[in-house]
Write a new protein. Structure first.
Length: 117
């Protein structure tokens, strides 16, 4: 049973930074792809960033240049450093994991990020 626990969300002013963390248990973390998604009120959940087991990263256009995803296999954790935050980044951010590209994602409970203007 995979468990993902996010932390680090909060309220920040536009232009500020936050670092989200996600601790995983019950999974073969080092072999898993890890991702961050977000869902704003009234909108669909969308990809923010993904990091593969080998460290390859992929970012949504909205995150590129401002956000950085990283992982620490020894700590079974994945991080999302968010800089130059904008009000439109306000959302619940979810950590996700899957073992293969054809596997379903497992999700954390989410952490709220609110960016004030």
């Amino acid at each position: 049973q995979v468990q993902l626990v996010e932390s680090g969300g909060g309220l920040v002013q536009a232009g500020g930074s936050l670092r989200l963390s996600c601790a995983a248990s019950g999974s073969d973390f080092s072999r898993s792809t890890m991702g961050w998604y977000r869902q704003a009120p009234g909108k669909q959940r969308e990809l923010v960033a993904i990091i593969g087991s080998g460290g390859t990263t992929h970012y949504a256009a909205s995150a590129k240049g401002r956000f950085t995803i990283s992982r620490d296999n020894a700590k079974k954790s994945v991080y999302l450093q968010m800089n130059s935050l904008k009000p439109e980044d306000t959302a619940v951010y979810y950590c996700a994991t899957r073992v293969t590209s054809s596997s379903a994602w497992d999700w954390g409970q989410g952490t709220q990020v609110t960016v004030s203007s």
